[in-house]
Ligand binder design. Structure first.
Ligand code: NAD
Length: 362
C-alpha cells in the first residue's frame, strides 16, 4: 500500500467542477488499489487574490512543497482581467512552476478512436490515430529572459525580450525527452530555429551530444516553421517532440487543436524530483462555469498522468485511461465533444461523466 500526499488547487471558473470529479477518481483508485491518498486543498489564481490579495500565497507554496504531487484545475476570469500583470491569476501559474522548479511540461496530444470525427483534419490524415507527446522546456527562454523598453532617438519606444538558454537547461530537458522517448516508440524530434537563432544552434549541439547516450532513439531535428506545417500535414510522423518554452507553447496548442477537443487533454509539469504538477490544458472557461457543462476528462487524465509520473503506479494510470476510452466507446459525450449525430440522451454533464468513468474503474 502506497501513501501519497496530494495538494489540490481547484482555482477558478470550471476549475472546482472538474477537480471535484478528478478527486472522486483519486478516491476510487485509492479504494481499488489499496493506496492512501491524503488530499489537501489550497488557493491559487483569482480565488487566492480575493482571499489574500496574492495569486500564489505563501501557504499554497508550503502546501505544494510538502506534497508528493499537485493537482490544479484552472485559473483566471474576467473579474481579474484588469489587474496589473504580476497580480493577475495567471501570474500564479508562472509562480508555482518556478517555485517548484518544474522545468518540463509534458503534453500528450491523442486522438481517441471514438473521437476521430472531432479532429478538424481530413479523415485520411488522422485515419491511423495520433499519439504525440510534446515535451516543452518550461522555466527558461524568452518567457524568463531579460526584457524591457528603451526610448530611441527618433523611432519612439523600442521593446525587447531575450531568448537565452544554457547548456545545463538544454541538457536536462533533452535527457527527459530521450527518457520519455525510450518509454514510447523511441523516436524524438527536436524543434528549433537553428538557421537563424544562436540559442537554437546551442540547443541543437547539446541535443546531439545527449543523443549519444541514447543510441536506440531515432533523433531528427526540425525547424519550428516546418514543424508547425508538418503537424497538420502529417501528424502521425511524430512521437515525442522536444522544444523550447515559446516554441512549445505554440506547438503544443497546435497539437492539441488537431485532436479536436481542448476538454480532453491533460498535462504534467515535472522537475528534478518526483513532485509534479498535473493540470488540464484548458483554462477556466468562464462562459460555461457553474453550469455542469465542463468536460472533466482532461483533469481526470491529468490524474492518470500523476499516477504514472509521480507515483509510478502504472496500473492505476492504465485503469483510468481505459475507463475513459470505455465510456467514450459506449457513446457518452459532454457537450464539447458531442457531434450532431450524438443521441441527446448520451450527452451528459460534468458530474455524470465523472460518475460513468468511475463506474468503469471498478
Ligand atoms: P479556455 O480554455 O478557458 O476556454 C476556451 C473555450 O473552450 C471556451 O469556449 C470554453 O467553454 C471551452 N472549454 C475549455 N475547457 C473546457 C472543458 N473542460 N469542457 C468544455 N469546454 C471547455 O480559454 P480562454 O477562454 O481563452 O480563457 C478563459 C480564462 O482561463 C482566462 O482568464 C485565461 O487567462 C484562463 N486560462 C487559464 C489557464 C490555466 O489555468 N492553465 C490556461 C488557459 C487560459
Amino acid at each position: 500500500m502506497g501513501k501519497y500526499k496530494i495538494a489540490v488547487l481547484p482555482g477558478d471558473g470550471i476549475g472546482p467542477e472538474v477537480i471535484e470529479q478528478a478527486v472522486k477518481v483519486i478516491e476510487a483508485v485509492g479504494e481499488i488499489y489499496n493506496h492512501s491518498f491524503e488530499l489537501k486543498e489550497g488557493l491559487l489564481g483569482g480565488c487566492a487574490i480575493d482571499a489574500t490579495g496574492e495569486p500564489f500565497p505563501k501557504e499554497t507554496l508550503e502546501l505544494c512543497k510538502s506534497s508528493d504531487a499537485v493537482l490544479l484545475g484552472a485559473v483566471g476570469g474576467p473579474k481579474w482581467d484588469n489587474l496589473p500583470g504580476d497580480k493577475r491569476p495567471e501570474a500564479g501559474l508562472l509562480g508555482i512552476r518556478g517555485a517548484l522548479g518544474l522545468y518540463a511540461n509534458l503534453r500528450p496530444a491523442v486522438i481517441y478512436q471514438a473521437l476521430k470525427g472531432a479532429s478538424p483534419l481530413r479523415s485520411d490524415i488522422v485515419k491511423d490515430g495520433i499519439d504525440i507527446m510534446v515535451v516543452r522546456e518550461l522555466t527558461g527562454g524568452m518567457y524568463f529572459g531579460e526584457r524591457g523598453r528603451v526610448q530611441t532617438e527618433n523611432m519612439g519606444q523600442a521593446a525587447f525580450d531575450t531568448e537565452k538558454y544554457s547548456e545545463f537547461e538544454v541538457e536536462r530537458i533533452a535527457r527527459l525527452a530521450f527518457e520519455t522517448a525510450m518509454k514510447r516508440n523511441k523516436k524524438l524530434t527536436s524543434v528549433d530555429k537553428a538557421n537563424v537563432l544562436e540559442s537554437s544552434r546551442l540547443w541543437r549541439e547539446v541535443v546531439n551530444r545527449v543523443a549519444s547516450d541514447y543510441p536506440e532513439v531515432e533523433l531528427n531535428h526540425m525547424y519550428v516553421d516546418n514543424a508547425a506545417m508538418q503537424l497538420v500535414r502529417n501528424p502521425a510522423q511524430f512521437d515525442v517532440i522536444v522544444t523550447s518554452n515559446m516554441f512549445g507553447d505554440i506547438l503544443s496548442d497546435e497539437a492539441s487543436m488537431i485532436t479536436g477537443s481542448i476538454g480532453m487533454l491533460p498535462s504534467a509539469s515535472l522537475g528534478e524530483g518526483s513532485l509534479g504538477l498535473y493540470e488540464p490544458i484548458h483554462g477556466s472557461a468562464p462562459d460555461i462555469a457553474g453550469q455542469d457543462k465542463a468536460n472533466p476528462i482532461a483533469t481526470i487524465l491529468s490524474v492518470a498522468m500523476m499516477m504514472k509520473y509521480s507515483f509510478g503506479l502504472e496500473d492505476a494510470f492504465r485503469a483510468i485511461e481505459n475507463a475513459v476510452v470505455n465510456v467514450l466507446g459506449m457513446g457518452y459525450r459532454t457537450a464539447d465533444i458531442a457531434s450532431p449525430d450524438t443521441p441527446r440522451e448520451n450527452i451528459v454533464g460534468t458530474k455524470e461523466m465523472g460518475r460513468l468513468i468511475i463506474s468503469k474503474l471498478k
